[in-house]
Design a protein around this ligand. Sequence first.
Ligand SMILES: [Ca+2]
Length: 496
Amino acid sequence: MNRRDFLKGLGTGAAMLALGQSARARRTGPANRARRRPNFVFFLIDDLGWTDVGCFGSSFYETPNIDKLAKQGMRFTDAYAACSVCSPTRASIMAGKYPARLGITQWIGGPNQPTEYEHQMALEELTIAEALKDKGYATAFVGKWHLGSKDYYPQHQGFDINIGGDSSGAPPTYFYPYKRGNRALKEMPPGGAEGEYLTDRLTDESLKFLEANKDGPFLLYLSHYAVHTPIQSKQELTDKYKAKAERMPETDGPRFVPVYGRYKTRQVQDHPAYSGMVQSVDESVGRVIAKLEELGVADNTVVIFMSDNGGLSTVAREGPTSNLPLRAGKGWLYEGGIREPMIIKWPGVVKPGNLCSEPVTSTDFYPTMLEMAGLPLRPKQHVDGVSLVPLLKGKGKLKRKAIYWHYPHYHGSGNRPSGAVRAGDYKLIEWYENGAVELYNLRDDIGEKHDLAKKMPEKAAELRSMLHRWRKQMKAKMPASAPRDDFDLWQEAWRG
Ligand SMILES: [Ca+2]
């Protein structure tokens, strides 16, 4: 244990007890009031696809509260998760670094083959929670963590309290007491009752934190387990959306399109339980924002809404959602796997209802939040992030040339080891098994249907060298095992 870990360990136990007290201490004094730092509420939804909310195009799921948030803030059309699966993106938000640099390239618990990866976020990383806590913020983690075992839980990474965050990537069940067989959510506090639904309970706990810390500044990181599998909704909501689906006109096209072998992509959004899960998330957003208003702190609270990867659409069994018009979904580096419904509300700064089409990614939150809080940047920590404050203020573009991905793993969605780069309107995907590349112009072809690699060999070569240079810089690990011999067939099938 190094000095930093030791100090972290010391802080954890005492912090929970002192939380209420320190919050009270912070609120006193006119000087403090004069330079009040903004509070942060960060909603991280799990597996929510780009078009899974009304303001990003869903005509089936009902998300009035999230849509309202978008009207009050800025909606980012080209926002990305740093990976197409959970843990890497989560780490990228916390550390402000690319998953490839952190070595967390796979969802933690996933296979180590063909590429080894780190099974926890190192305690040496100074997380955004630690950076804010160091400056007097009360910090709460509520929901899914998935960044390592017990010694790496949120309470060791800058959060005063942790409710529900452990090593798991999904709850055994969404219903109280959140256990099945020998599996249980280890960090759920006692309490709860028969019929209680996890998304609601995590919201209840968040409201308690807001009440206790209303004088701020605070960071509430509400990281819902929803809408990850198991796809379970409250019965009344499942019934509601089942009836709604039955009222919908029959679609002209197929409900599922075969991809390769046993894999297929869902084409319609009408899964009743999934729809109910989305509604519960929306209600959570509504209840938290109503509480901020009731406590009189909404005007000084930044609200961020984000998801950690694309919607689960492309699997061997029937995926619960569709990311159309985007291609594929969770697990893939096509847009369906990485483009996210991102919203930032910054009262008094962001023009309500504003839209931003600049490509941004999940490593950017760290420097953005520091700058919003008026705190000095920590450039050695958030090396792969760029502050979005100029965009939020409506002033110009970012200087960043490109955004990168590295996912050297197979995934249950059918994905093969791959990397990607987006520079301007162009995006290149490289398949690690045989080095093949695909090039798309996202401005004209958001669905990535027209591979331009052969038509524009110079552009493809340029992006491929950028990706290779970046991988070298990241010291990214590449797959160790030999290519699979069915790869060419597989790739042809996808193209077809
Ligand atoms: Ca996820």
